[in-house]
Each structure stands twice: as C-alpha cells, then as structure tokens.
Design a protein around this ligand. Structure first.
Ligand SMILES: [Zn+2]
Length: 247
C-alpha cells in the first residue's frame, strides 16, 4: 500500500488566499470553533505553544467548565492545563491526542459561493454530502464526518460536512533531526520542523483507516492509496496529493 500527503492547493495554505482566474470555485467561509484547550508554557522544556488540531465532531457543551474553553488563552499553570485536558478526554475517541490548543466543535460562521466536492482550506477538510456517500460506496474506511454550521445567504447552498481526522502513524525517525524524535515528556511537543523529505514509518501506519494525520507532525494529513485512487476515479481533483515514501 502506498500513502500520500493530502494538502490544500497552494492558494489555500495561507489565511489570505490569492484569487487566480483558473480556479472554478468561488467558495469561501469565515468560521471558528466554539471551544479549545489553552496554550501552555511548559515548565519542562520551556516552550510556549498552542498547536492542536481540531475535533469537529466533539461537542463540549456538557463539560462543566466549557465556558472557560470558549476563549483562547495561554495557561501558565501546567497543572490547570492538565486538569482541563482530562475533563475533555472522555469525549474524544479513545487514545486520541490532546495537545495544547486543540480545538473542538464544528466550524461556525458564514459561507458563500460554490465549493468543490472535496476541498481543503488551511487545515479543514470539507466534503459535500454526496461526495462522502460516493467515497463510502467505494469502500473507503474510517471517514468520520460531522456537520458544519456555515450559514449561506444564497439559494442552492451545498451541504458541507467536515471530516474529523485523528492522529495515527508517525514520520520515521530517520527523517527527523537527531535527538528530536522523542517529544517533551511533560507537554508532548516535538521540537522539529517538517523535514524536506518526509518519510513515513511503515510499522506505525494504521491498517483500518484510509485517512489520518501523523501523531508526531499533526499538520500532515495522509491518505491511503485506496482513497487516492477513489479520489481520482471520482474526479475530486481539488486537493493537492503527493506520495510520501515509507521505511
Ligand atoms: Zn514541554
């Protein structure tokens, strides 16, 4: 099985996308998520960071202190961060990664224009309902979807779903600078930037999922060969796809 990195087309990798004329879709949205864990100042490694990815399907409204998680902030007291994190843990999938700055809940905001079947803006991977049904019919596994709360002020608004992409699998230590392959034991931060030639650790990759993100570099989203073939077959060509070698 081969594996591929799925990314937003270049124009959507920054917060202010350019507007090239060759792009057939006009869709855009302004949205945020309701909850997030605070950032931390780690007492062990000294890093001040907040880099969590999103769990769009996780609703924290039943958490007693959810109000505290509605505004992003930096928590200087690491034990308080750990306490908040443990309040959230029962609500996320078992074994899930909870980093400082992890976000929860669907995208809430406004949207307009036309959207591709499957597309990515920044780190959000969105899919139209009919496209999700087509991928499932192709036998693609582990696509967990939830609704977005994007308000359209137009007729014929598409139904946009978001995929929750959990962390499984690792970059291989051979592509990570020496001494950096192990995270901080206290806060879990990895102190390296994305290698020029990322290499996947074959033994760490999940067998039951066709889409996941890497636990030691969570902005890298990986699709199996099965999913990429289905994407090509169905003509969902609006995401950028590049093979990642394995070792
Ligand atoms: Zn640390």
């Amino acid at each position: 099985m081969r594996f591929y990195r799925v990314e937003a087309p270049e124009r959507f990798r920054c917060s202010e996308p350019s507007d090239p004329k060759d792009w057939p879709y006009t869709g855009e949205y302004t949205a945020s998520r309701k909850w997030g864990l605070p950032g931390v100042h780690c007492p062990a490694c000294g890093a001040i960071w907040s880099a969590g990815f999103a769990y769009p399907c996780v609703d924290l409204s039943g958490v007693p202190e959810a109000r505290k998680l509605e505004e992003p902030y930096l928590e200087e007291d690491f034990e308080e961060f750990e306490r908040l994190r443990e309040l959230v843990r029962p609500l996320i999938p078992a074994g899930g990664l909870l980093s400082p700055g992890s976000k929860f809940g669907p995208l809430v905001g406004s949207a307009r224009g036309t959207f591709a079947q499957l597309f990515m803006i920044l780190d959000d991977l969105l899919i139209r309902r009919e496209a999700l049904g087509q991928l499932r019919a192709e036998g693609i596994q582990g696509l967990e979807d939830c609704r977005t709360q994007l308000r359209f002020r137009q007729r014929q608004a598409p139904e946009l779903l978001e995929l929750q992409i959990e962390a499984h699998g690792l970059l291989h230590r051979d592509c990570i600078p020496q001494g950096k392959a192990v995270p901080c034991r206290k806060c879990g931060r990895y102190g390296f930037s994305l290698p020029n030639k990322p290499l996947l650790d074959r033994a760490s990759l999940p067998k039951h999922l066709d889409l996941f993100r890497l636990a030691n570099f969570t902005t890298v989203i990986v699709a199996s060969e099965r999913l990429v073939e289905a994407i090509h077959r169905l003509g969902f060509e609006e995401v950028s796809i590049r093979e990642l070698p394995l070792r």
